[in-house]
Write a protein that binds this ligand. Structure first.
Ligand code: SAH
Length: 393
């Protein structure tokens, strides 16, 4: 069947010439043919020059580009891309690492596979498709993972139910595409964590904080640590190694249970750890003088641009409460994982928070995401995780 042709308005090919992998619906002059959601389409400028090939999606991001060359996007094409993503992980020491068996195999645009996320949990691959085009290929991806990773793959789970955009006629239900497995206990930098992709947030674990957790540990010795928005207790488990006490706060009771379970998995004496199921803003109303290390790792305050102003206010309020009340000489690890909040905007919010308290604040580290969550240089939006480490006098 002839592929549909997407013809761009004059001048709207600029972002493609800079390899940006998205085409917004506003850039389209006309569509020749009648592409269905998820179909492969070819993109041309208005002088009929080929520009790119990608997945079509009615909506604001109309095409997610797979290649800027006129290639055949068959199973071999995807096999090569996934292979290259895996080889890259191997080259950075993540594939045969005895102390890490949890990492991201495919990071969407960061691996030139827009719309596809694959996370690895000691043998279990959990996939989240963000486009219908990628969703249609899920069984091929499961087969490719088996071919390329061999015995390292025990099962492949599709968790796209909440990430797939509106589709006519497809009702996705999460489930295994290959093999089967209950929750597993993974190892990250030698620490153990229980991962349950069926009930957990995202694909089951916030893998993207691995290196920031490691850095945290270099500050925790002898400190009173407050892990806000703790979820699995990722930061708390690292802090427990040498902190005087660790408090985990989360508003979800299942998160608190999981954090307790993970602390128990790693330490026989957990008397230095306590967790609290309470709203973060409420908890932070009265912590004056209690803590000298605070982690703020909230969920994305803004999912869309129209929520940006409120989100920035939220970051400011949250950081202000922490900066105001932390003990002198205290350290704050503060994060934003909202894609629409830029590094600059996040820093401005934290700056405004600090200015309101009048305390002396140094930025001592600027944090981002680990190398298994690579940033496509042509797609600045893939740099979604931002963090600052503050020293407060
Ligand atoms: N730091 C975690 C990830 C945090 S995810 C890790 O390293 O794994 C964000 C968490 O914030 C979720 O567990 C969610 O339940 C919790 N949360 C969301 N809103 C909250 C609120 N208002 N108060 C407290 N916790 C909240």
């Amino acid at each position: 069947m002839e592929k549909a042709k997407i013809v761009l308005k004059s001048g709207k090919d600029q972002s493609i010439n800079r390899y940006h992998p998205w085409i917004f619906s506003g850039a389209i002059k006309k569509i020749i043919g009648n592409p269905a959601e998820g179909d492969i389409v070819e993109v041309f400028d208005n002088k009929d020059t080929f520009l790119a090939v990608g997945h079509y999606q009615p909506g604001s991001i109309a095409v997610r580009i797979l290649s800027f060359e006129p290639v055949k996007t068959d199973i071999d094409f995807f096999r090569e891309k996934i292979k290259s993503a895996i080889l890259y992980r191997q080259s950075i020491g993540l594939l045969n690492n005895p102390s890490i068996n949890v990492f991201r195999i495919v990071h969407a645009e960061g691996d030139n596979l827009p719309g596809l996320i694959i996370d690895y949990y000691d043998g279990i691959a959990v996939m989240q498709m963000h486009s219908v085009g990628m969703y249609h290929l899920r069984r091929d991806f499961a087969a490719i993972l088996g071919e390329v990773l061999g015995k390292r793959i025990v099962a492949v789970y599709d968790k796209s139910e909440s990430t797939i955009p509106y589709m006519s006629g497809i009702t996705n239900v999460n489930g295994f595409l290959a093999g089967n497995s209950g929750p597993v206990i993974v190892t990250e930098n030698g620490y153990k964590f229980k991962v349950d992709w069926t009930t957990g947030q995202k694909t089951g674990f916030y893998i993207d904080q691995r290196e920031n957790r490691k850095l945290l540990q270099s500050f925790t010795e002898g400190r009173n640590v407050l892990d806000m928005f703790g979820y699995t207790g990722g930061f708390s488990v690292y802090a427990m190694k040498n902190a005087a006490l660790v408090h985990t706060v989360d508003s979800s009771s299942s998160a608190i249970e999981l954090a307790d379970e993970n602390v128990n998995l790693n330490y026989s004496d957990t008397s230095r750890h306590k967790s609290f199921r309470i709203d973060a803003f409420e908890y932070l109303n009265n912590i004056g003088g209690k803590y000298d290390l605070i982690i703020l790792d909230p969920p994305a305050f803004a999912k869309h641009n129209n929520a940006l102003a409120n989100a920035l206010q939220g970051y400011k309020r949250l950081n202000m409460k922490a900066i105001e009340q932390i003990k002198p000489g205290g350290i704050i690890f503060t994060f934003s994982c909202s894609q629409v909040v830029t590094k600059e905007n996040f820093r401005k919010s934290v700056f405004a928070a600090a200015a309101n308290t009048g305390r002396k604040v140094r930025i001592i580290h600027q944090l981002s995401q680990p190398p298994d969550h690579p940033v496509n240089i042509y797609h600045p939006e893939s740099e979604y995780l931002k963090g600052l480490v503050l020293h407060v006098e």
